[in-house]
Design a protein around this ligand. Structure first.
Ligand SMILES: [Zn+2]
Length: 242
């Protein structure tokens, strides 16, 4: 059991949280849920120590409540914020594992807002970087540097094209080169898992986009090739909280 009097309380309002949790457990209700979002994930993103104190109860509720699942997923997205609750986050290991399982089951039912739940799952799995940046591949750009000649390369994966280019402020994306998607059988690790999940759930656009994201790009300047996801991750990896 959480001793709420011991939970750091930067906004001075976390004392409401146990009563709000009691309320959603007993009767639900939009007002109580709104109150919990305000306390635990303000504006859908800002987490506080109480967020992680409440996480195990939210995950338990998540077995029957999509609202609880959504709030728990959004809290996990904030795990790398400067929330001052690393000790509480560490205690959430079991809850995060249960959350992963529940989110995975929810994805299998192909819910509306699939990508949002998919990104929640990535966060619950500790893939905070991809959780933060993954788009739906209708209009996605990744900016990174060629690992060989250091020129800035713009990678586009969208309906209008899948290419690497040199972005010019006036002329747009110049010197375009077609991306080379990874053959799905060659995917490993996180890329493999993300791809397999998307295929399982009939998310064709997401699955196809992932083969490009985890595939190779050619540098328009020096003609060397590199794996997009690896370079993008290396350049943008947040400091892991572990
Ligand atoms: Zn280059």
């Amino acid at each position: 059991m959480i001793d709420w009097t011991q939970v750091l309380d930067p906004r001075g309002t976390a004392g409401r949280v146990p009563a709000l949790l009691d309320q959603v457990e007993r009767v639900g209700g939009a007002e109580a849920w709104d109150g919990l979002w305000d306390e635990l994930c303000l504006d859908g993103e800002t987490v506080v120590p109480a967020s992680f104190a409440a996480l195990p109860r939210l995950v338990a509720l998540g077995r029957t409540s999509p609202q609880a699942l959504s709030l728990a997923g959004s809290i996990m997205r904030g795990a790398l914020q400067d929330h001052g609750a690393d000790d509480l986050l560490l205690k959430c290991t079991d809850a995060a594992a249960r959350l992963r399982k529940l989110l995975d089951q929810r994805l299998e039912s192909r819910p509306a807002g699939y990508l949002h739940a998919f990104r929640d799952l990535l966060a619950a799995d500790g893939q905070y970087h991809w959780s933060a940046v993954l788009g739906d591949f209708t209009d996605d750009f990744y900016h990174l540097r060629c690992p060989h000649c250091d020129v800035e390369v713009t990678v586009a994966i969208g309906d209008y094209g899948r290419y690497s280019a040199i972005r010019d402020w006036h002329a747009g994306d110049t010197e375009r080169r077609d991306l080379r998607p990874a053959p799905p059988e060659d995917l490993v690790g996180t890329g493999r898992w993300m791809y397999d999940t998307a295929v399982r759930d009939g998310q064709d656009r997401l699955a196809t986009g992932l083969t490009y994201l985890f595939g190779r790009a050619e540098c328009p300047r020096c003609a060397s090739t590199f794996v997009i996801a690896a370079e993008y991750t290396a350049a943008n990896l947040p400091s892991p909280g572990e």
